[in-house]
Design a protein around this ligand. Structure first.
Ligand code: MG
Length: 263
């Protein structure tokens, strides 16, 4: 999907108190009449780009994560390599825009960042073949799959560990079209400026297309749905006062501070 030429960057941004869809055009945002994923067009108006006003760039009905999808991460977690993608949900209530604070919950030992490539679905996908799966992609973004590590181990599944409010930072935008190939992009995560993860999406065990094939055999993927494709090695804990930056080449940088949950 998407158009030829340069990739476009789609955002959601607060304009006069309402969250609007738009496309970055130089240092301005061309506003859209509705969701460009649903085919809405620019309405002719524009406003200055302001990163502090960004919203989450898509409105997913569901967010799918993929567990253990990089070999080196499987080793560091002491987990066997999976023979199929391990899929899990994060709730849409966990979504958080760029620059907004991740709230670390109290009472747990370790909450981790996980830098990941995000895939945004562009049209309804049901039982899609791997060879056609990328035709169903609108574009790519960056996700931090924040996780309470001790809860993940204790519960044996991921609902609580990965489901807290603010545990799904996404953004700052969706890069769409322009022939962007997300199959071999460098992903770097920095904690307070120090590199913690440095890998390439070519190290994914299951490709983006394979994950879409497997997921769409189970459930219908709707336009705007988000798939977070898994994290490379180098995961580690976050603490109040920290800043997490996840940079993926040709996409951008997703930055969020960390605060402590209020008593
Ligand atoms: Mg993850």
């Amino acid at each position: 999907m998407g158009s030829p030429g340069k990739p476009a960057r789609f955002v959601r941004m607060t304009v006069e108190g309402a969250v609007r869809f738009g496309r970055i055009d130089g240092d301005r945002v061309a506003l859209y009449a509705g969701d460009p994923i649903a085919g809405a067009a620019a309405d002719g108006k524009s406003v200055p780009f302001d990163a502090r006003l960004l919203g989450v760039p898509c409105v997913p009905s569901k967010i799918l994560g993929v567990g253990t999808n990089y070999r080196a991460h499987a080793l560091e977690m002491k987990k066997p390599l999976p023979d199929e993608p391990l899929l899990f949900f994060k709730p849409p209530t966990a979504l958080l825009p760029a620059l907004a604070p991740i709230v670390r919950p109290r009472g747990y030992q370790r909450t981790d960042y996980e830098g990941e490539l995000g895939v945004v679905i562009g049209r309804r996908a049901r039982r899609v073949r791997e060879s056609e799966a990328l035709d169903y992609v609108f574009g790519y973004t960056i996700v931090n799959d924040v996780t309470v590590r001790d809860l993940q181990k204790k519960d044996g599944q991921f609902t609580r560990a990965k489901g807290f409010d603010t545990f799904c930072p996404v953004g700052p935008w969706i890069v769409s079209g322009g022939g962007l190939d997300a199959g071999d992009l460098r992903l770097v995560t920095r904690l307070n400026g120090v590199v913690k993860q440095d890998s390439r999406t070519s190290d994914l065990i299951f490709s983006i297309a394979k994950v879409i094939e497997v997921a769409s055999r189970v459930m219908t993927l709707e336009p705007g749905d988000l798939i977070s494709t898994g994290t490379p090695s180098g995961v580690g804990p976050i603490a109040p006062g920290d800043t997490v930056e996840i940079e993926i080449e040709q996409i951008g940088t997703l930055k969020n501070p960390v605060v402590e949950e209020a008593e």
